[in-house]
Design a protein around this ligand. Sequence first.
Ligand SMILES: [Zn+2]
Ligand SMILES: [Zn+2]
Length: 274
Amino acid sequence: MDLSFLGTGGGRFTTISQKLMTGGFRIDGLGGLNYHFDPGPGALIRSYQFGINPSILDGIFISHAHTDHYTDAEILIEAMTSGMTKNRGIIIGSKSVIDGYKKWGPCVSKYHKSQSTNLILGSNKTKELKGFKIKGTKTIHGDPTGVGFQIDDGNLKISYTSDTKYFEDLKNHHKKADILIANVLRPFGKPIHGHMDANEFLNLVNDIQPKIAIMAHFGFNFIKANPQKIAETIKKETGVDVIASFDGMNINLDKIAIDSSYNIIQLENNCKNK
Ligand SMILES: [Zn+2]
Ligand SMILES: [Zn+2]
């Protein structure tokens, strides 16, 4: 099973400026199938850039109705369904994403929903999919129906907070996670409404004690504050392996080993192909 980051930027200004990429992440080989999570702007092009084929997707997860999480969903649905000619795959998202809720969404047109199974996932709701269980996790963020996800394939629990502010109960939604992927917009000492900062993430990691904790979704202030240094500080404080993700980062979850050269290798291969 492979986890690949097609973007590690988040928030309005990192996204508009593309200071970091915003294509979300992929998990390939989950129950033998391939899933894209939160395909923000550039998800399609970053897939090709990092040597990942969008046409072999089996599902797309969209956590909430903010552009940095859904913009490329429809074109990926077209890739998944052979240009809408085949009935294939699953689209999983919050109520806002699939049906729309008040001023939020829907983020996928009726046309693009028509060739795949649609699944609305609320907080604390669990569904059984092929080879794994998926649970919606609570968020407190702009979109009131937004969710995070916890995946359990019987072997590994992978938890993704999506965008949320820190709250007391957050650790219970992600408890027993082996891999914790958290959207940490801000560095130490720079809290912001509706998102986690490094300090709050440190508390969450301490409570959950995952095997690996991965930070993503960096805003301008986080990038300026040196993501690697923040990861090292949290690692020292919690004793947990903490990673500041980078665009193109690939982790083989079977080995739980990081191939930090992935970015460079794939870019070279892509250049050679042209
Ligand atoms: Zn976001
Ligand atoms: Zn958001």
